[in-house]
Design a protein around this ligand. Structure first.
Ligand SMILES: Cc1cc2nc3c(=O)[nH]c(=O)nc-3n(C[C@H](O)[C@H](O)[C@H](O)COP(=O)(O)O)c2cc1C
Length: 185
């Protein structure tokens, strides 16, 4: 197995992080990896907003949880009510991943950039988690303006990033089925 394949196989979601902020050069390397992702029609429709401000991330977490309370999905409502739940797990760095709404495949573009960033983070020994809930916060143009996302972009997902806590070893991937693919020759 080469280093790239090993990094892909080792990447697991982290939901605990050290408080210490990641270095700017590491952040830049992760953003650059995101921007190397493939995109539909080569639209490169993503727009990444990095938030390294605890109050702002807490505000988005709280606001997203408020939105969850309005949803007709019981497990989401339960998470929204949980005072101890932080949608970013208090990660010191959050990357909001938006994409241009008029692109050919904005969600796929955003997802491709995210996966590149998660793998890049693992390659640097960092913990990361793909986060869904933050998109719920972005219900109005004001909320987009608060974080400086340009008009015409929609937040789809986000990434929580930080150093892994000492000694925390995630379990290797447990496959859920025996059969995920077949090959026709
Ligand atoms: C579209 C998508 C949304 C996700 N949203 C969340 C989330 O909001 N919170 C979270 O803790 N994990 C989230 N995850 C991470 C998954 O729970 C995780 O990838 C899965 O359990 C497999 O674990 P692994 O990443 O450690 O291999 C998300 C993953 C994907 C692909």
């Amino acid at each position: 197995m080469n280093d790239t394949l090993r990094t892909i196989a080792q990447r697991r979601s982290f939901r605990q992080f050290k408080k210490e902020q990641i270095r700017d050069d590491e952040l830049q390397a992760i953003l650059d990896a995101g921007l190397q992702a493939p995109s539909g029609h080569n639209d490169q429709s993503w727009y990444l907003t990095v938030i390294q401000n605890r109050e702002r991330n807490d505000q988005i977490s709280d606001g997203s949880k408020q939105e969850m309370l309005k949803l007709p999905v019981d497990w989401m409502v339960q998470i929204g009510k949980n005072e101890n739940f932080h949608i970013f797990y208090h990660a010191p760095t959050v990357i909001l991943v938006a994409a241009r709404e008029d692109a050919i495949s904005p969600i796929a573009d955003a997802c491709a950039a995210i996966e590149n960033m998660l793998i890049a983070a693992e390659s640097l020994g960092m913990g990361s988690c793909w986060i869904d809930f933050a998109r719920l916060y972005f219900t109005s143009p004001e909320r987009y303006r608060e974080v400086g996302i340009p008009e015409g972009y929609k937040v789809h997902y986000s990434v929580a990033l930080g150093y892994k806590p000492d000694g925390l070893q995630p379990n290797p991937r447990q496959m859920k089925r025996d059969h995920y693919f077949h090959i026709i020759k």
